[in-house]
Design a protein around this ligand. Structure first.
Ligand code: GTP
Ligand code: SPV
Ligand code: MN
Length: 610
C-alpha cells in the first residue's frame, strides 16, 4: 500500500477534500502508485510514454497514439446521467438512480488499477478568475498515462487550481479507470463499459475506454454534462457544445462574436479556425476562441457573455488539409507537441496520414500502417479500399498553437455574444442561412435541430436525428427544463444575440454534390447575419426566418453554380410542411416544454400554411 499522504504532501497538494478523495479512490482502484500531475511534468511523461511504447514519435515534438480498435469514439448507449431525483430523467439523458450506478461502478473499479499508477490531474475548465470559476475545478484520477498527456493539452493542469479554491470542496470528482479493453464486449449485449456522470454529486465515473470524451473527463463529461447540470441547478449559466469565434472588420474596426452549436463532426473546429475567403481580401479577420464548448452567462451590462473552458483542440483529422483548414495544419506542425490518434502511421519515416490530408494516399507504401497497426502493403483484395485512418481519428493540440487564436482568449471576462447559430449536416430542406430575431423561435430552432449523425458516436453515421442545440449526447437534465433554462438566460439579456440556422451540407438531389463550397466561404453567411443584426441589410422574410437576398450575400469571387445558389437561398415549403409534422411528435415527447416553445412551433406551422 502506497503512502498516499506522503505523495500528496510532496506534490504540494494542500486541499484536504481532494486528499480525502484521492485516498478513497486509491483504496478502491488498488493502484500500485500515485502521481500528482502538473503541466510542467509533460515532457517527462512524454519520454516515459515513448519508452513504454504507449505513444510513438511522429516528427519533431509530435506524437502518435493508437487506441484499441473497438474503442474509437464516444459510446452513447453506455453513457449515463445519474442523480438521486427521478424527476431528473429526460428522454435523452439516459437517467439512472445514483445509488445503483455508484454501486455498479465501485464494483467495476475495485482493484481494476492494480499494478498501475493512478495519476492525479487537478484541472481547471476556465481561465483563472472567470466568473464561473467555482464550477470549473476538477480532479481527474486516471490509470492511463496517454490520457494524462491529452488532459495536459486539453485543460489547464496543476495543483494551483485546486489548492486555493474559495470553497475547498467545490471540485468535480472525475474518476477514470481504463479496464481490460480487450475483454469488455464493446458493442455487444455483454458490454461492460459504463460512463456515468452523477450530476447532483458532481462525480464522474468512467470505466472501460481510453478514448476522447470517454476518458478525458474535463472535456465532455465535466465541460458539458456536469456543467450543463450545474448551470441549470444554479440558474446561472449555459454549457453547450458550441464553437466560439470573433470576426473583425478591419475597414470599420467593428468586432462581432458568434457562438454556435453543430453536432459532433459537423464543422465547429473548421469554422472557428476559418480564414476569410481570398476574394474578400484581408478585410475580415476571424479569431478562434473555442471549437467545442462554450459556457455562457448574462453579464452586468445585460449582454450574453461566453468563454471556452478548454485549453486545447481535439479535432477531427479527416479532410483536414492546407485548403480546408490551414490553421489546423499549422497548429499541428513540428514543435507543437500535438498528438495524433488513430490516423495512419509510417513506422519507418514516422509520418502520419489520413483521408483527405492529400488528394491521394502516399504512393510508396513502405512502412505505412493503417490505424489498427496493420501494414497497408499487406492488405488483401477485400481490404484494399478500407480507409487508412479511422473516420473519427483526431489531433490534439493546445489553443496557443492555433494561428488565429484570439489575443484575449485567456481573458476570464469572456466575450459578448452577438449571434447564436445552429447547424448540422442536413442534405435537404435547410437553406444556407435563415436568421431568427425572436428568442423563443431561436430556442425552438435549436431544440429542433435535425442533422445526420456522424462517426464521432459509435455506429450512427448518416442517420437523421433530432439533436437539441447539438447537445443530445450531453444532456444531463430533462429537455423541457433545458428549453426553459435557455429562455430564462437569454430572456435576462437586455441586449440579445440574434439567432440563425445555417447549413453547409445541402446536397443536390440527383448527384449528391454539396451545393455550397463550405469551409472558408461559410464566413459569407456569418457576415450577412452580422449586417442584419446591425441593420445594414434587411433580407427577405420566410415562414422559417429571414433569408439573405442574392445581392446581400457577398459573393465576390465565390465559385458556385447560380442554380445551386438559388436553391441555397430559398425554402422548400412542401418539405418544410412535412418537417413540421415530424417536429410535432418529436416535441410531444418532452415533459414541461414551455408554452413559448409550443407557441413558436405553431407560428412557424401557420406561416407555412398548415
Ligand atoms: P467535434 O470535434 O466532433 O465536435 O466536431 P466539429 O463539429 O468540430 O467538426 P469539424 O470542424 O472537425 O469537422 C468535421 C468534418 O466536417 C471534417 O471532416 C471537416 O472536413 C468537415 N467539414 C467542416 N466544415 C465543412 C464545410 O463547410 N463543408 C463540408 N463539406 N465539410 C465540412
Ligand atoms: C465530440 O464527439 O463531440 C467530441 C469528441 O468533441 S469527444 O471528446 O470524444 O466527445
Ligand atoms: Mn464535440
Amino acid at each position: 500500500m502506497v503512502d498516499v499522504d506522503a505523495i500528496l504532501e510532496a506534490a504540494h497538494l494542500k486541499n484536504d477534500h481532494v486528499r480525502e478523495y484521492v485516498r478513497h479512490w486509491a483504496g478502491i482502484t488498488g493502484a500500485d502508485n500515485i502521481e500528482v500531475v502538473s503541466a510542467e511534468d509533460d515532457a517527462r511523461l512524454v519520454q516515459e510514454a515513448l519508452a513504454a511504447g504507449e505513444i510513438l514519435p511522429a516528427g519533431d515534438d509530435l506524437y502518435y497514439s493508437r487506441s484499441y480498435y473497438k474503442d474509437t469514439a464516444r459510446s452513447e448507449e453506455r453513457t449515463i446521467v445519474a442523480t438521486s431525483n427521478p424527476a431528473d430523467q429526460g428522454i435523452y439523458n439516459n437517467w439512472y438512480p445514483a445509488s445503483e450506478m455508484k454501486e455498479k461502478l465501485v464494483g467495476l473499479m475495485t482493484g481494476a488499477s492494480a499494478g498501475k499508477t493512478m495519476y492525479v490531474i487537478p484541472y481547471l475548465m476556465s481561465a483563472p478568475a472567470s466568473p464561473l470559476e467555482q464550477y470549473a475545478a476538477g480532479v481527474e484520477l486516471t490509470d492511463n498515462r496517454c490520457v494524462v498527456l491529452h488532459m495536459n493539452r486539453m485543460a489547464r493542469v496543476g495543483v494551483e487550481f485546486i489548492n486555493n479554491l474559495a470553497d475547498q470542496d467545490s471540485f468535480v470528482r472525475a474518476v477514470h479507470v481504463t479496464g481490460d479493453l480487450e475483454n469488455l464486449g464493446q458493442g455487444t449485449p455483454e458490454d461492460k463499459r459504463y460512463f456515468v456522470t452523477v450530476a447532483d454529486e458532481r462525480t464522474i465515473l468512467h470505466y472501460g475506454s481510453s478514448y476522447g470524451g470517454n476518458a478525458l473527463l474535463g472535456k465532455i463529461a465535466h465541460g458539458l454534462r456536469q456543467a450543463a447540470y450545474d448551470g441549470w441547478a444554479s440558474r446561472e449559466f449555459l454549457a453547450e457544445q458550441f464553437m466560439l469565434l470573433g470576426i473583425t472588420d478591419k475597414a470599420t474596426g467593428k468586432k462581432w462574436h458568434i457562438a454556435g452549436g453543430f453536432p459532433s463532426a459537423s464543422g465547429k473546429t473548421n469554422l472557428a479556425m476559418t480564414l476569410s475567403p481570398d476574394a474578400l481580401g484581408d478585410r475580415y479577420y476571424v479569431e478562434f476562441y473555442g471549437d467545442d464548448i462554450a459556457w455562457m452567462w448574462v453579464g452586468e451590462d445585460g449582454r450574453l457573455y461566453g468563454m471556452n473552458p478548454e485549453f486545447g483542440v481535439f479535432g477531427v483529422a479527416k479532410d483536414t488539409n492546407e485548403n480546408t483548414n490551414p490553421g489546423a495544419i499549422e497548429s499541428i506542425e513540428p514543435g507543437t507537441k500535438a498528438i495524433f490518434t488513430n490516423v495512419a502511421y509510417n513506422e519507418k519515416t514516422q509520418e502520419v496520414w489520413w483521408e483527405g490530408r492529400t488528394p491521394n494516399p502516399p504512393k510508396d507504401l513502405d512502412g505505412w500502417l493503417d490505424w489498427k497497426g496493420n501494414p497497408i502493403a499487406g492488405r488483401s483484395d477485400v481490404e484494399k479500399n478500407d480507409p487508412w485512418a479511422h473516420p473519427n481519428s483526431r489531433f490534439t493540440t493546445t489553443l496557443a498553437n492555433v494561428p488565429n487564436i484570439a489575443h484575449d482568449y485567456d481573458n476570464p471576462v469572456g466575450v459578448p455574444i452577438d449571434g447564436i447559430i445552429f447547424g448540422g449536416r442536413t442534405r435537404d430542406r435547410e437553406p444556407l442561412i435563415r436568421a431568427i430575431t425572436d428568442v423563443a423561435e431561436g430556442v425552438y430552432d435549436g431544440l429542433t435541430l435535425g442533422a445526420e449523425a456522424t462517426f464521432a458516436a459509435d455506429g450512427l453515421d448518416g442517420q437523421l436525428r433530432y439533436d437539441p442545440m447539438s447537445m443530445r449526447p450531453f444532456l444531463s437534465y430533462p429537455e423541457g427544463l433545458y428549453a426553459a433554462h435557455w429562455l430564462k438566460i437569454i430572456g435576462e439579456c437586455t441586449d440579445k444575440p440574434i439567432f440563425a440556422h445555417v447549413n453547409w451540407f445541402q446536397r443536390d438531389a440527383e448527384d449528391g454534390h454539396f451545393l455550397w463550397p463550405g469551409y472558408r466561404d461559410n464566413l459569407r453567411a456569418l457576415l450577412w447575419l452580422m449586417q442584419l443584426r446591425d441593420g445594414e441589410v434587411s433580407g427577405v422574410s420566410s415562414p422559417v426566418g429571414i433569408l439573405p437576398t442574392k445581392d446581400e450575400l457577398n459573393t465576390d469571387g465565390l465559385d458556385i453554380d447560380p442554380a445551386d445558389l438559388d436553391t441555397l437561398l430559398t425554402i422548400d415549403v412542401e418539405r418544410w410542411k412535412q418537417e413540421i409534422g415530424f417536429r410535432q411528435s418529436y416535441l410531444e415527447q418532452f415533459a414541461n416544454l414551455p408554452e413559448e416553445i409550443w407557441a413558436a412551433h405553431r407560428r412557424v406551422a401557420e406561416a407555412l400554411g398548415d
